[in-house]
Structure formats: C-alpha cells, structure tokens
Design a protein around this ligand. Structure first.
Ligand SMILES: [Zn+2]
Length: 252
C-alpha cells in the first residue's frame, strides 16, 4: 500500500503526496517549490497530479512541475491549463495499479472534483475538518447534495482536505452545539496536535458526522440553533444548511 504525506504550502494548505516506491502522485500543488523540495529529498519522481478545482492555491504550481516532470499525468477539470487528462464524475484513474474514482462535488466551485479509492478521499475545499468550503460559485443546495454524497461513503473513509482549518471550524461547531461532548473532545485532541506542530488531518467520515455542523443539518440541536440565528423556526435541512453557511461566513 502507498503512503500519504502532507507537504505544507502557503499559510495553511496541504499538498497530499501519495508515494509508492520511488513514484509519487500529488494532490493540488498550489505551489511547486515545497513539493519539489519534498520529492528531491526523497529521491522521488512525480508521476501524476490530481487537481480538485481551479483556484490558484490548488493548481498554481502546475506549469513549473510540468517543466520539471513533463511526462506527469495531470488529472482534473478540463478547463484548467496544465490538465492533460481531463476527468469528470464517474471517471477512473490508475496510478501504479491503484484505482481511484472521480466524484463531482459542485458547491465551493462548480468544477470541484474529489478522488476516492482504497478508503481514502481527497476532497479539496469541499469538506474540511469540522467544516465545509465557502460557496464561491455553487448554491447551498449543490453543496448540501455534495456533502450528502460524501456522507454516503463508509464511515471509516479517511478524508484529506486541502487546508488546516480544523481548530477555527471547531470554534464555530461549538457555537452551534455548545453541549456536544464529541466536539469538545475533538477540540482538546486537535489543540494538542497543533501545539505539537502536527496536522489535525486526515479526518474520518464517522468523526465528521458527529462533530461537523454542516453534516448535521437534520439534528434537532443544530436546527434549534440555526432557527435562533435566523429568527424563525427552521426544519428543512437546506434552510438549516443555508443559515449555518451564512453564519460561518461572518463568524470570528
Ligand atoms: Zn478553493
């Protein structure tokens, strides 16, 4: 089985690097330099790249990486410059005999994809630890449907988001559900991780279902708090999701 290592980029991005032997597959290289340093240090060749969406902090390193490894296969939305293996919902990727499936997850952007295989999911800016991506292009209904699609995967699926946002998301999660013990415990554990200089990621779907407010829109406690926020009684999941997402946009 391949190993998966986070390479830090910018202020809080992770470039996840899958490694098998001397070959590597990288996810969302927003900048090339830290990835090149990691690959050189390990004597690795970049065989492939997975791109989740068009934002520069996810694909900005492509040109430089392709100069260095021109034969690398770059999978992603067809409209992104540098993608030489365009993929969409239902597409399949083979890397060193490992298969990954492409999931379309519109919401954060309309072109957003995720890559799923071997119990691992590379989800870009759709789901974060205890949170979800902002809606830059898609509607709340699209994002909720995308999160529902992820929620249907096995609970043991490991999620690899592209940003370290977990602690600030947990603060919001506690504002939504102050009495949720699972969120309190997760905050303690993740504070320790960060204090030790370690990532809080990957996360597991099962944990997100108990601590991520955006995956809990049908829970009575979440509905009540969203209703308080909206000043009207909300029961519809989409209304609850919409209020939570708006609230989080302005939450400090
Ligand atoms: Zn983004």
């Amino acid at each position: 089985m391949f190993t998966i290592t986070p390479v830090r980029a910018f202020a809080d991005n992770y470039i996840w690097v899958l490694q098998q032997g001397t070959g590597a597959l990288a996810v969302d290289p927003g900048e090339a330099a830290p990835l090149i340093a990691f690959l050189e240090h390990g004597g690795l060749a970049l065989q492939g790249i997975l791109i989740t969406h068009h934002h520069a902090d996810h694909c900005g390193g492509l040109a430089e990486l392709l100069q260095r490894w021109p034969q690398a296969r770059v999978y992603g939305p067809a409209t992104i410059s540098g993608v030489n293996q365009p993929v969409a919902e239902g597409g399949r990727i083979d890397w060193q005999g490992y298969q990954f499936e492409v999931l379309a997850l519109p919401g954060h952007t309309l072109d957003h994809l995720a890559y799923y295989g071997h119990g691992q999911l590379f989800c870009g800016d759709t789901l974060f630890g205890a949170g979800c991506g902002r809606l830059f292009e898609g509607s709340p209904a699209q994002m909720l449907a995308s999160l529902d699609k992820l929620a249907a995967l096995p609970d043991t699926t490991r999620f690899y988001p592209a940003h370290e946002y977990t602690l600030s998301n947990l603060k919001f999660a506690l504002a939504v559900e102050p009495d949720n013990d699972e969120i309190q415990l997760r905050q303690l554990l993740d504070q320790k991780q960060i204090a030790m200089g370690l990532p809080t990621l990957p996360t597991e779907l099962g944990l997100e279902k108990t601590t991520n407010p955006f995956m809990r829109c049908s829970k009575p406690a979440v509905q009540q708090q969203a209703s308080r926020q909206a000043g009207q009684a909300l029961q519809d999941r989409l209304q609850v999701f919409t209020v939570l997402r708006e609230w989080k946009n302005n939450f400090r």
